[in-house]
Structure formats: C-alpha cells, structure tokens
Design a protein around this ligand. Sequence first.
Ligand SMILES: Cc1ncc(COP(=O)(O)O)c(C=O)c1O
Length: 385
Amino acid sequence: MTTAAPTTPALVAHLVEFPAYKRLPIEIASAEGCELILRDGRRILDLYGGHCVNTLGAGDAQLGAVLQKQWQELSFATNLLDHAPRARFMEAFARNLPEGSWQVFCSNSGAEANENALKLALKATGRKRVISFHGAFHGRTAAANAVTDGKAWGTLPFEVSRLPWNSVTGIDDGVAAVIIEPIQSLAGVVDPPPGFLGALRVACDAAGAALIFDEVQTGNGRLGAPWAAQFYGVTPDLFSTAKGAGGGIPIGLTVVSDEWAARVPGSIMGSTFGGGPLALAAAAHVAERIAAPGFLHNVREGSAVLRGCARLGPVRRVRGEGLLLGLELEEGASAVALRDALLGQGILTGTCDDPRVLRLCPPLTLTPAQAQRLPDALAALPPLS
Ligand SMILES: Cc1ncc(COP(=O)(O)O)c(C=O)c1O
C-alpha cells in the first residue's frame, strides 16, 4: 500500500520595501557623469550627486577600470591579510591629509565612522558625556543617532548635551568629545560663524576633550579643499568621512591623530568588510583624483557659477562652500516646490530639514558650463504658485 505524501499548504511570500524613503516621480535607467538618463530618454542634470557620494560623477571610466581589475585580482580578503590596495590607499589618502600624524580605521558607512570616533574618545578619556549641536546629523546607529538632533528612538548609550550652533559653553572636564559637522548639511547647509571652529578647538584643548569633525559631507574635496580642516584652518583630533570617499563604493573612515590613537588599544576596533580590497582600491583612486592638479580648482569654479543663483527667481542667498551649497529662498517660498519645478526643467536638486533651503551637492566633476544651467533655469522660471 502506498501512502500519499503529506501535502503542506503553499506558502506565499509577500515583500514590499520598508517605507524609509519617499521616491521622486522619475524613473532612472542609467547615469553618465553629471547626468541621469531616464527610462523615457530624458537627461537630467544631477546637482544632488547621490547625497555627496558621486565625487567623480556616475560611471567614471577610470574608477570602473580600477574596480574591474581589483575584482579580478583580489575581490575580497580578511583583514588578517595585507594586500596592495591597502598600501595604495594609505599612500594616496595621506597626500590630502591636514598636517600631522594620523591613523585611519576603515569601516563601511558614515554612521560607523562616527560610532568609532565617539567610542575612541569615550574610551580614551573615561568620561561619559558628549557634546553635539542643535540641527546636527551624524547617522542612524546608536551612538551616531544619540548625537543627532531630534531623532532619538531609545535610551542613549552615553550622556549628550546639545549646544546651540556657535556656542562653546559647558565644554568642561566631564566631556569626552565635541562632535560637529563643519557645515551642517541636512539642517540647511548652515555655515560655521567666523571663529566658531577655532573657539571649539581652544575649548576642547582646555577641557581635554576630543574635537571630532564629521566630514561625511564636507570632506573628500567637496569644499574646494581636501578637508574642512584645511578649509577653515582648524585641525580636529579625529575626523570621520564616508559618502564621497569611495566614489560610489561604500566605505567609512575614522581618522585619528597619533596622540589620541595611542590612548586606546587597537582591539577596540574591528569590521568584516571595512578595509576590503575593492573599497580601498576605490578610495585610493578617489584620493588620487582629488590630489590631481586642477581637480579642486574645478570645484571652486563650479561653486562660483552656482553662487550666481543668489537673487535669481525665489533665491535670496547662497549658503555653504565649494559644492556643498544651500539656496536660501525668499519668505513664503518652498524648497520642495522649487525642486519639483527644476526637476520639470531637467535639473535634480535636493531638499533638507529647512523647508526654505534647496540643497546642491553635485559630483565634483561638474563643469562650469553644466553649473551654468541652474542660474539659467532659475532666471527663466515662472513664479512658483
Ligand atoms: C554629516 C553626516 N554624517 C553621517 C552620516 C551618516 O552616513 P551613512 O548614511 O553613510 O551612515 C550622514 C548621512 O547622510 C551625514 O550627512
């Protein structure tokens, strides 16, 4: 006698994406340099650069060749092994650094880079408090989120005091670290008032606290200098970066002065993927391109053209530096409405937490002629309803 196989009810899986992002109403098919190509064939000028990621523009041929070669030679290796892309990265990355002796730890994202910087400062000082600023954004992991303004979702992993922008009060010997974006991006491209970063340096020195610059957006040449540290002439004890450092390949970097690094055991850090050959080959190439003659000059030229948007259409003022700019709009104007109108004209820009500021963070390879399309479009734009 044969017995029938037991039947199990068919399980039907259903999957939708977690609704973290509200998508724009365009369908992208591909991208080339500073242009996005839509499914319907339209080309859009990309003044948003994938949130500061596309340092070299999309599909850069040289970076593509580096990645292909690296993949074929050594696609991945444990951090227990040394490899050529690591040496190449160390050499290239050092070329752009602010004066001093530095150590670097490689992870995979901006939040991780900040998490590691904060961990190091807390461990080195044995203190329990960190200072950050109103409007700050430092990422979405526990420590990075704790120092981010207005996005708390649970118990904080350490004490946080939030200071008003431009304040240096309360930095005392209970403070492990002060963490700051040299220009606050998400808050609305908010510039540091003159002397503010220098005053923080003095206050941190007096308190024995670590000064941490979050250079996830301001770094990798975006301000027209390699790092905000050089742009503003203020050197932090640690700085973090990510986004543009890999030109589209995920990477997080925590850069720490020798002096601060010596205060903790190396074993407090670790990462499976961080420092992998593919990411380091990409980051080495990006660092080499930033150091190449003319690269930062191009950033400053593009910036000067985009600054010409001041007083065109609803724009009243331009904030920020280099190719991290915010167009501050007139009273009553909406950045969302302007973004949508510009998208209709074939230009992608970004919004931020300030409803009256439109954000620009294009690839650093934007040409002055491409940049000119924004002032031209603003000059021709009918009044926003
Ligand atoms: C200034 C700043 N810090 C940190 C982060 C977090 O980076 P990631 O999203 O790579 O974790 C961001 C991301 O937008 C950022 O803008």
